[in-house]
Ligand binder design. Sequence first.
Ligand code: CDP
Ligand code: CDP
Length: 207
Amino acid sequence: MIIAIDGPAASGKGTLAKRLAAHLGLPHLDTGLLYRAVGRAAIDGGIDLEDADATAEIADGLDVASLDESRLRGREMGEAASVVASHPKVRKALLDLQRRFAHQRGGAVLDGRDIGTVIAPGAEVKIFVTADAEIRARRRHLELEKRGDAPPFASVLADIRKRDARDAGRADAPLKPAPDAHVLDTTALDVESAFAAALAFVERHRH
Ligand code: CDP
Ligand code: CDP
C-alpha cells in the first residue's frame, strides 16, 4: 500500500506521515528533505539557487543516506528548497529515488507536494493536508521558537504565503490536490484528531 500525503508548508503533513508510518509499520520518506538538502548544498558550495543546471547536478549526486535533518529544518532552508524545487531538472533528478522508495515491496508512506500527482499517481491512499495560512504560520512560529530561531510572527506568515504562491504557481508539479485525494483540513484539529481522521480514511481504503 502506498500512502501519499501532500500539502502546503506547516499543514502537519510530516507529523501525520510519520505517525501513520509508525502505526502501520511502513517506511516513511519526507521528500521535502531532498529539496532542502539540495538547497543547503548549493548555499554551502556558493552556487546560485537560480542556476538550474548546477543545482540539478547536486540533486543527481545527492546521498540520501547522509541527510542531516537538524541542518535542513531551518527557516531559510524551506525558502531555498522551494527555489530549487521550481527547476524541472532538479525535480527530474530526484524522481527515480522517490518512485523506487514508493514502490518498494510492502508499501511506503511519502509526504511532499507532488506525491499523489507525480511520484505515485496510482497510490491507494492520497491525503491532501491543509490548514489556514495563519494557523500554519502559528505552528511554524512555535517550532522555530523551540529551536531558538524565531523571527517575528508576521515574517513567518509572509514566508509561508510567499512559499505557497511559488509552490502552487510553478509549471512543473505545482502544489495542488490530486483529483482523487481526500482533503483533510487541520485548521481546527490537533495532531491527535488529525491522525485519527487520517487513520479512519486509510482503514476504509485498505483491501
Ligand atoms: O515542511 P514544509 O512544508 O515547510 O517544507 P518541506 O515539505 O520540507 O518542503 C520544502 C520545499 O520543498 C517546499 O516548499 C517545496 O517547494 C519543495 N518540495 C517540492 O517541491 N516537492 C516535494 N515533494 C516536497 C517539497
Ligand atoms: O510537514 P509540515 O510542514 O506540513 O508540518 P509538520 O512539520 O508536520 O507540522 C508543523 C507543526 O504543526 C508541528 O509542530 C506539529 O506538531 C503541529 N501540528 C500538526 O502537525 N498537526 C496539527 N493538526 C496541529 C499542529
